[in-house]
Design a binder for this molecule. Structure first.
Ligand code: ZN
Ligand code: ZN
Length: 312
């Protein structure tokens, strides 16, 4: 099995290096999104403990986690990156919009980056392989943190022209991608507004913003990043050993089926990742409902031959 030991400073498949000003701005925004929620939580929990965690806040947090998480899993990942089904236009726009509200970057940038991950999986050119520094304990630990969050600070921008020309050719998706900052603001404004309406006070609006906005966003970020880090290090490889991707059952519910990552790398365009019996995959269940409603067609379900490939 090949280990990533080095990669060129700017592989030919990446975009033109951005200016120093835009690198600084992008790192600053990333730092705010990654570290900000942790600091906010550290301040908020002691202040709010015992009187500001209401059931409506938690229910709203779970609902928005479910909605935006499936926007990433079904929309950004299975549909827009891997074309695992054909949606009607309203479903396409809704999935692109709720995925954008996860605040994981614009849809076209996300898709381009993830397609590059599959093309170079755990090899030189993979934007977030945990094996990039080698096999020793320190190298593996360093690689794990790089794959989880460190790569977000890299200036190694993936070329959308090269990796997502189909999305660039879809006017609906270009508009959604350009509107990403508005979706990000809406993702926090919606819980703030609902909290205000529900509680009728600014304090109620703020606690809803913290739990159903900031904390919900932070947890989903770490779930998505865990697929990049944990699911390339821990778990089983029943379907393929062409890279380090693994099936990691404990994350199946929280990741909406995305942690069946070994099957996914073996058959990337499959609409179902949890392909074996008792493998929870709520994204696939929802795609099945969309198919029955006639909103999704040409769904690529796992074939018997793909399932027979499993070493149980
Ligand atoms: Zn992967
Ligand atoms: Zn994928």
């Amino acid at each position: 099995m090949t280990t990533v030991v080095a990669r060129p400073s700017r592989p030919p498949e990446t975009a033109v290096r951005p200016s120093r000003g835009s690198i600084f701005a992008s790192r600053l925004i990333t730092a705010l999104l990654v570290i900000g929620p942790v600091i906010a939580l550290g301040v908020a929990i002691p202040l709010l403990w015992g009187h500001a965690v209401s059931l409506p806040d938690l229910i709203l947090a779970v609902v928005l986690f479910f909605v935006t998480g499936h926007g990433i899993a079904i929309g950004f990942h299975r549909l827009f990156t891997h074309s695992s089904f054909t949606p009607n236009r309203p479903l396409k726009i809704v999935l692109a919009s709720i995925g954008s509200m996860a605040i994981e970057g614009s849809i076209i940038g996300w898709v381009a980056n993830h397609r590059r991950h599959h093309m170079f999986s755990d090899q030189v050119g993979d934007p977030h392989s945990p094996h990039r520094y080698g096999t020793g304990a320190i190298a593996q630990t360093r690689g794990f943190f790089y794959a989880h969050v460190g790569w977000l600070f890299s200036v190694d921008t993936t070329s959308a022209d090269r990796y997502a020309p189909d999305l660039l050719g879809d006017p609906d998706l270009v508009v959604v991608s350009r509107l990403f900052p508005l979706f990000a603001i809406a993702s926090l404004a919606v819980p703030f507004g609902i909290g205000w309406l529900w509680a009728g006070t600014l304090a109620g609006a703020l606690t809803a913003l913290i739990w159903a906005g900031v904390v919900r966003m932070m947890v989903l970020h770490h779930v998505t990043w865990s697929v990049n880090s944990i699911c390339h290090v821990f778990g089983r490889q029943p379907f393929t050993q062409k890279d380090r991707s693994r099936n990691f059952a404990p994350l199946a519910v929280l990741s909406f089926g995305e942690s069946w990552h070994n099957f996914h790398h073996a058959h990337p365009s499959s609409a179902r990742h949890g392909a074996l019996p008792r493998q929870i995959d709520t994204s696939a269940e929802l795609i099945r409902i969309f198919e029955r409603l006639g909103w999704a067609t040409r769904v690529r379900w796992p074939t018997a031959a793909q399932l027979d490939g499993a070493r149980r």
